[in-house]
Structures are given as C-alpha cells and as structure tokens.
Write a protein that binds this ligand. Structure first.
Ligand code: NAP
Length: 329
C-alpha cells in the first residue's frame, strides 16, 4: 500500500510557486517526479483522485521489467513513491480542476489550493468508460464495478459477468475467478482483442465462460444487481441473464477535460505530444495515458514520465540561458 503518512496535505498559503508541478500520481507522474527530483527541481506532485493511478488498482502486474514473478500494482506504486520522495519530491493530496496555460508561470487551481509553476507535467491518466445503459449508474457500488481488485472479494461464491474483450476484461475476469463461482465474459464480437497469453488462460479456466456477439442493454435490480438484459447483435434476440455482479472493462477515456481549448488534442481527447513529450504549449509536457492512445502500459507510461521530466529539465535550463540575454537586450 502507499505510504499515506508521508503524503502531506497542501499548505494553506496560496498560490504556491514551484518550478515543476506534476499532475497525477500514477507511473507517469511518479517516474517524472523521480527524474525531476534527481535534477534538483523539487517537483510537487498532486495525487489526483486515484492515488497511484489505475496501475495501483491492478492486482498483479506481470510485464513490468525487473519483477520476474510479477508485482502488486499498489506495491509498485509505493516503490515509485518512496523512490521519488527519497530524492526530494513532494507528494500532496489535491486534484487540479482548472488551469491557465496562457501565461507564465502556469496557473493551476486545485480543490485544496492554488499553484503557479514554471513547468507543468500532465500525467492525469485515464478513467474507465461506462456502458451508459439503464441501471448502470443506479447500481454502481451495488454490484456494478469497474475494479475487480477493489470489489472482487464481495462476490465470493457468486455469479458475475465481465463486459469487454480486451486485456483488462480477461485479466480482471481471471482475477475474479478467485472469488466468484462463475465468470461470464460478454463480448460484442466473436473475437477477443486481448493478447494470446491472457486468451489462453481465460479459455482454459473452468470457471470462465463466454457469451459472444452480445451487448448489455440494461442492468437489472433494485437494491442490488440481479441480472443483465442482453442483445445478440447477430440474431437481434434479447434475453435476461441472472448475475450478482457486473464488471465493466470497455476501455478508457483520458482525463484531459480541464486542458480542452488550451492544448492540442486528438478527437478522443488524448493530448498531442512530440517525441520529447512536449505539448502545443512550451513548458507544458504530458506523459502516460493522458497522452498515449497506443501503448497504455505501466512501463511505457513510466518511460514517458521520465522523458517528460528530462525534457522539462532541459527546457528550464534553456530559459535560464535566455534570461541574461533578455536583460541585456
Ligand atoms: P481495450 O483494449 O480498448 O478493449 C476494450 C474492449 O471493450 C474491447 O474488446 C471492445 O470491443 C470493448 N468495448 C468497447 N466499448 C464497448 C461498448 N460500448 N460495449 C461493449 N464492449 C465495448 O481496453 P482495455 O482492455 O482496458 O486495455 C487498455 C490498454 O491497456 C490496452 O492497450 C491493453 O493492452 C492494456 N492492458 C494491458 C494489460 C496487460 O498487458 N496485462 C492489462 C490490462 C490492460 P472491441 O474489441 O469490439 O473493440
């Protein structure tokens, strides 16, 4: 688990002026913090609402180099945190809700304080997509979940369904077999998107079954989930499937809404960056899932975070070199 004791609450005095402000405490944000701290830039990390990012919600990460037996997501996050703090990074509980990137220093309004930064590194990650079907919102926390690691335990010896056909759906579905009596994966196509290793494991697991070419059109239940209404996309046939839980893993949307109109983004809201992790505004860098529609792995996010911090260091150095010239001019 994260060492919460060492994470401080924001100081009252605002606006706080920092050289490097990092938004987000997932692999990208904390890797950026390690690099910026080692460059003596005393970075301040605002954790955002999900401490450790999505990776911290993953039970085991098996493909992060250096951990041949795998590593718990929360444990890996804590190791990142310790490493960043060891070099002087400060990590504080706050979430940015507005930014002004039109002037320097950049201004950031958090729920708990105001900040001014010479450099901003955006590592705000992405959030799980919703099905947007009747019953989903009403029954979230009452059987509808977006996190097997968080909620799987509540479904001991119960029947659950998993919606989606990607790596997340299969990985989380496999995790749920520890608790649930059956895990039914409902996928809208007849081919999985997930990688071959996960596919093989899921197909060989006796607790897992698949319903193909089918979407969930409604989640049923009053006080708790009792079933899902299904529609077969090939035959058009509708049916009701009884279940105690619905785990939804149908992709993610980048958490970049507050930068809209100020930074260039693609049509899905991913922040556009070049190879140096530079955004369309000089001095603003982005890393991890907020800027990565392609790879979205813990290791690639951490790599992007490191690259952003290295480039941020170079940017600050170039500003320092420019300043005497400006004075002379
Ligand atoms: P994803 O790869 O985008 O897969 C989303 C799945 O949800 C797809 O199967 C998609 O169906 C389905 N879907 C999307 N919208 C839907 C809707 N409205 N209704 C029903 N189904 C819907 O997302 P992900 O699985 O979260 O993975 C995200 C990234 O993280 C990927 O790059 C993945 O490789 C990575 N990841 C890796 C690991 C690992 O390596 N162990 C674990 C987890 C995630 P279609 O297939 O028909 O599009």
């Amino acid at each position: 688990m994260f060492n919460l004791g060492s994470i401080s609450s924001p100081e009252k005095e605002t606006p706080r002026r920092v050289k490097v402000l990092i938004l987000g405490s997932g692999p990208a944000g904390l890797a950026a913090a390690i690099y910026a701290a080692r460059a003596d830039l005393e970075p301040l990390v605002l954790t955002g609402t999900e401490l450790g990012g999505q990776a911290a919600l993953t039970y085991t990460i098996e493909n992060y180099p250096g951990f041949p037996e795998g590593v718990g997501g929360a444990e890996l996050g804590e190791l990142f945190q310790k490493q960043a703090e060891r070099f002087g990074a400060r990590i504080e509980f706050d979430t940015a809700h507005a930014v002004d990137l039109s002037q320097r220093p950049f201004k950031v309004s958090g729920d708990a304080g105001e900040y001014e930064a010479d450099v901003l590194i955006i590592a705000t990650g992405a959030s799980p997509n919703h099905l947007n079907v009747p019953g989903e919102r009403e029954l979230t926390g009452k059987g509808v979940s977006y996190c097997a690691t968080c909620d799987g335990w509540f479904f001991k010896d119960k029947k659950v369904v998993v919606v989606g056909g990607g790596d997340s759906a299969l990985e989380e579905g496999l995790f749920l077999t520890r608790y649930a009596s059956t895990v039914t994966i409902i996928h809208r196509r007849s081919e999985l998107r997930a990688g071959p290793i996960l596919q093989k494991r899921a197909r060989e697991n006796p607790k897992i079954q698949f319903i193909w070419n089918t979407v969930v059109t409604e989640i049923l239940g009053q006080e708790k989930v009792e079933g899902v209404r299904l529609k077969n996309l090939q035959s058009g046939e509708e049916s009701v499937f009884e279940t105690d839980g619905v785990f939804i893993f149908i992709g993610h949307t980048p958490n970049t809404q507050i930068f809209r109109g100020q930074l260039e983004m693609d049509e899905h809201g991913y922040i556009k960056v070049n190879q140096q992790m530079e955004t369309s505004v000089p001095g603003v860098f982005a890393a991890g899932e907020a800027a990565d529609p392609h790879f979205r792995q813990v290791v690639t996010s951490a790599g992007m975070g490191a690259a952003a911090a290295i480039q941020a260091t170079r940017y600050l150095e170039s500003l320092q070199k420019e300043q005497p010239a400006t004075v002379r001019g």
